[in-house]
Design a protein around this ligand. Structure first.
Ligand SMILES: Nc1nc2c(ncn2[C@@H]2O[C@H](COP(=O)(O)OP(=O)(O)OP(=O)(O)O)[C@@H](O)[C@H]2O)c(=O)[nH]1
Ligand SMILES: [Mg+2]
Length: 346
């Protein structure tokens, strides 16, 4: 081998080595960026999540006040229309505007800014009436297993809510068991299994088509035997008008009671905020069949009609305990009146 060949070989080796080092550095960098991009972003503020509803209230309010500029009956009509469009409901809207008229008269209000302030306070008071953050929030009692039954019409967000809640309780160090009692819809069991896996919860399931009460029996038995903290039961979506399906719910309740006589400890109806006033009819019918302890109002992020919260409070005696503000695991919030009113008016 002459000197030239040796030099060539050394140069080639140096080149190869440099290339390898460069590749390694690039790889390390790209894995770093990957790591950063998968880090969960801070949960968005409620204000951002409720931006559409805020536009329906504050946005419209500002528009109306600008347009009218005077405190008169036309202003009252526009405000009532605004409430109706935000799905507050006819009865609640009329009551709110009547109250506003009265306050304008008593306090001799003559600026639109003051009208705006009073309207906000009337809505806040209505929502705060008989409201107890302690009782109206979704809280686990000192009971083991704490059993929660989820009901609702098709596609409202029952399974998603269960997935989100499972994560919340697992994060609190609780053992959580999900029961796949939606044995009707194809892929429902698999969907719940994915949520269980994501949250680190366990699941009890049978094959599609089995009797929902039989899965519930197995699940609750297993929870008792394994000393599980929280049991979340997913049921099939059902139209509130179908009597046999509503009876099936009562059967599920009776099955739970056979094993845990004071269960279920919460019976939650999930309603879709985008369905408007029909949500109130659903709540009334489900309440007759199962005696609801609370509501979850889902999909509040996707609608300008968040005023349904006000309609529900005005017409029903069932607290909204949780709100769904997105499809992700962290998109479930406790419903807090002041936070909600601030988010849509400030
Ligand atoms: N934007 C938004 N989407 C939601 C929310 N909750 C649920 N969804 C979506 O709504 C769709 C239906 O959700 P599911 O959880 O499957 O509803 P379900 O009530 O279990 O449906 P069935 O079992 O078929 O009756 C899914 O695409 C969810 O991602 C929410 O709070 N916000
Ligand atoms: Mg489901």
């Amino acid at each position: 081998m002459d000197t030239n060949t040796i030099i060539y070989i050394i140069a080639a080796l140096i080149l190869i080595l440099t290339a390898i080092i460069a590749i390694l550095i690039l790889k390390k960098r790209s894995s770093k960026t990957k790591q950063i991009s998968t880090v969960k972003s801070e949960p968005e503020s409620l204000k951002l999540k409720l931006a559409k509803t805020k536009n329906g209230f504050l946005g419209k309010l500002v528009e109306i006040v600008k347009l009218r500029g005077r405190v008169d009956e036309d202003l009252m009509d526009d405000l009532e229309e605004m409430l109706l469009q935000a799905d507050v409901g006819v009865k609640a809207s009329i009551d709110i505007i009547d109250k506003l008229r009265e306050e304008i008269r008593i306090n001799q209000i003559n600026t639109t800014e003051e009208v705006q302030k009073h309207l906000e306070e009337i809505i806040r008071d209505l929502l705060l009436k008989d409201y107890s953050a302690d009782e109206d929030h979704f809280k686990l009692a000192d009971i083991k297993p704490f059993i929660v039954l989820f009901t609702g019409v098709n596609g409202v967000g029952k399974t998603t809510t269960i997935g989100k809640l499972a994560k919340r309780f697992v994060d609190q160090g609780k053992s959580v068991l999900l029961i796949a009692a939606d044995t009707f819809r194809a892929a429902a069991i698999e969907q719940l299994a994915i949520w269980a896996d994501r949250a680190g919860a366990s699941i009890v399931k049978q094959q599609q088509g089995s009797d929902p009460s039989s899965v519930v029996y197995d699940g609750v038995m297993s929870a008792v035997n394994k000393n599980i903290d929280v049991v979340l039961i997913d049921t099939a979506g059902r139209q509130h008008t179908k009597v046999n399906l509503m009876n099936e719910l009562s059967k599920i309740e009776r099955t739970i009671k056979k094993i845990v006589p004071d269960g279920p400890h919460e019976t939650i109806l999930v309603v879709d905020a985008t369905t408007g006033q029909n949500a109130i009819i659903q709540a009334k019918t489900f309440d007759e069949a199962t005696n609801l302890s609370g509501l979850v109002l889902s999909k509040l992020d996707g609608t300008a009609k968040g005023g349904i919260v006000i309609g529900i409070k005005h017409q029903l005696n069932i607290p909204v305990k949780l709100i769904g503000v997105g499809e992700a695991q962290e998109d479930l919030r406790d419903f807090d009146v002041n936070e909600f009113v601030d988010a849509i008016f400030e």
